[in-house]
Structure formats: C-alpha cells, structure tokens
Design a protein. Structure first.
Length: 388
C-alpha cells in the first residue's frame, strides 16, 4: 500500500463517518471488533451501507470492499481511484474467479474483506436476494473469522427509488463464526448461518423503534415497486402525486405517515413489505402456469463480450421472460439467455435490466419501465423456488 493509498483511505473513512452521522444519525453497536484478516458479511439496505460500516470501524482503513463492474465503469476517475481505495471489482450476478483470488490475497495481506452477500440493495425493506450461494464456500476458503454488519433503518433512510428521508440508522456489528468454526463446519452450515445473520426487515425494526423520518411522506417513484393496486388488483395503473398514490380505475388512494406506514382506503396495506408480498404472491401464481411469459418492448439493447470494451448494438426489439430464461429479438440481432447462465437481474433504478453472464454483459432498456420490478420478482421466484 502506497502513501497515496493510505491518504485516500483515511480521507474516505473520515468523510464517510461524518456523512453517516450527520445525514443519517447513525448509531453504532459493536459487540466485538473484527481483527484484521476477518471476513465481514453485510446486509444491503441502500447505497450508503459502506459509509455506515466505515463509521462503525473508524479510524481503521483496512477494509477491502467489492464494487460492481457497473460502478467501476461509470467513469475513468472511478476506474483509476477505486483500486487506490482498496476496492475490488466484482461482476455482479455472475461467477467471478478473479474476484475470489483478490479476496484471498486481501486476507493474506492483513486486509479485511467486506462482502454484501445479498448482492443488491433492498426493494421493500427486506433483502433483495438471500445470501448468494457461494458465500458459505467463500468463508471456508478464506479460513478466517466471520463477522456480520447489519444495518437497520438504512432502507427507510435511502430507499431504492425515493429521495432520502433522514431519521435514524442503527449499525450492529457482531461475530458469526470463529476461524476454527469455518474450518470445522460444513459449507451449507456456514451458508445458513451467514444468511440468518444478515437477514433484516426495516418494517419490523420500525414497528419496534417508531422513528419519524423527514420527507418519508413523499411517494414519488414508489409505484416502480408498488405496481399492483391492492383494491382492484390491476397492474401498472397506479398514479402518484407528491404525497398520494391513487388508482384511477377503482378510486383507491393512500398516503404515508411520518413513520413510513400507509393509510387510506380499506384495501390499503399498512406496510410496504405487506404490499410487495401481495405482488409476489400474484407473481408466484403466474409463474406456476405452463404458459407463463412476460413480454415487453425495448427501446434499445446492447451486448459487451467478455474481455472487450466496444458494445454490440442489438437495436430496439422485444424481450421475453419465460421459466427457461430470456429471449430478445431486435433490429440488430437476436439472443437467448438461459436461466442457468445468470444469477439475477440487475435494475439500474432507471429504465434498464442488465444481465451478467460468462459470455458478457447485456443491457435491455425498457420503453416503459413501470413493470420492471415485476420482471425481477418473477425471475427471483423462478431461480429461488426451483433451487429449493
């Protein structure tokens, strides 16, 4: 590590600590400080989770975070700066052998790897995905102590699609497995223990803590996740104003209180996770049908082959999701991606679904993104329920 690297990391720790405290009123509970070379597994509530962990361990700067290839490639500055900050590149949603090697080297060098094992930020105050299947194997491979950092209130403070709402964030850091336990336990036992350790539900936490959040009454972009009317069950019909969600088809309406809970029409769920549970139950029923299919027009699509920088333009066209995977037919070509070729869909909080495979990286831009989260829910059910 060069002097410049140390400078960058110290400044980052200081800035993140200030932001975590001032913007989110974060509060830290550390039952045991992880020694250098430990593996820290974290839940993933928002894009600010890394800042909360840095605050919890300050003034240390030996953490080695993973960042997605998408984050690395956003600019030349990031591509240059991230390695100086000790950040390791990860191809999100795909097996990445090079990333595992770098994590192993980080432990040997006394670094502290940090893994957001749920793979993505939350959609509804709960894990976007369970701990990825290789997490237990990684813990066994690294042969080190395993700690869990769990953020409570992080989703409510910075939801995936909605503006930040300052309230409070609780940071809990505790030991999950000792080095001896990672050597003795079976991989599936480690996997189950890690999955349980980083499980969270911000709405259960809010029921207990009752923390008011500034600006949480605002509902702009909330219907990207809450796409199904709980009264008439129509999808994609909900409309939002500054403070209210309505359904023109049946007259349903609801608002949020200062704690983030909904109130309004009789059919209104009180909590966001209850609303998405209704959507997920409907999606589960849909994918159980033999003729299950989602179909959407794409504004454009592209593919970047592994090891190359120049994208291949597939043009506008139609994307179809079935139990077997994705099929795209466009002006510039057709592609078929089986369910086995990728772990999960990536949503860029805008208009696109992105897929990482061993062959390369696909991006599909929706003409109408209003039902994009339904695609994610359906695919998640296909992957997780077939793997039971």
């Amino acid at each position: 590590m060069t002097g410049f690297d140390r400078f960058i990391r110290r400044v980052t720790v200081w800035v993140c600590g200030v932001l975590s405290k001032s913007r989110f009123d974060s509060r830290v509970t550390v039952s045991e400080v992880p020694p250098q070379g430990s593996l820290i597994v974290c839940n993933h509530t928002s894009v600010w989770d890394f800042a909360h962990l840095l605050r919890a361990l300050a003034p240390r700067y030996d953490e080695r975070f993973l960042a997605t290839g998408v984050q690395f490639d956003m600019s030349r500055l990031r591509k240059w700066l991230f390695p100086h900050g000790g950040i390791i590149r990860k191809n999100q949603g795909a097996t990445d052998v090079k990333c595992v090697r770098e994590l192993m080297n980080a432990v040997k060098e006394g670094g502290t790897p940090v893994v957001y094992a749920q793979g993505m930020t939350s959609f509804d105050g709960r894990p976007g995905w369970r701990a990825l299947s290789g997490t237990g194997a990684l813990a066994k491979l690294l042969r080190c102590d395993v700690y869990a950092c769990v953020i409570h209130g992080g989703f409510m403070s910075r939801p995936r699609y909605v503006a930040p709402a300052k309230g409070r964030v609780d940071i809990e850091l505790r030991k999950v497995f000792s080095k001896d336990e990672t050597l003795q336990l079976k991989t599936d036992e480690l996997q189950k223990g890690i999955d349980s350790a980083i499980d969270f539900n911000d709405w259960d936490w809010q029921e207990r803590e009752k923390v008011p959040f500034k600006r949480i009454r605002l509902v702009k972009n909330l219907t990207r996740v809450l796409y199904k009317c709980p009264a008439c069950l129509r999808e994609g019909e909900l409309r939002e104003s500054r403070y209210e969600i309505t359904c023109p088809a049946c007259g349903f309406s609801c608002r949020r209180d200062d704690f983030g809970f909904f109130y309004g029409s009789d059919a209104c769920p009180r909590r966001m996770d209850e609303w998405t549970d209704m959507e997920i139950a409907s999606a589960r029923e849909e994918i159980s049908r033999q003729d299950f299919m989602l179909k959407e027009e794409m504004a454009c699509a592209s593919f970047v082959e592994s090891g190359k920088a120049k994208p291949q333009q597939l043009g506008s066209g139609t994307l179809v999701l079935t139990r077997g995977g994705l099929e795209f037919r466009g002006e510039g070509g057709s592609v078929s991606i089986s369910t086995e070729e990728f772990i999960f869909m990536l949503l860029d909080d805008g208009r696109a679904v992105m897929i990482n495979t061993q062959a390369g990286f696909y991006r599909f831009d929706f003409k109408d993104p209003s039902m994009m989260v339904k695609w994610f829910f359906c695919h998640r059910l296909i992957k997780t329920e077939e793997g039971k």
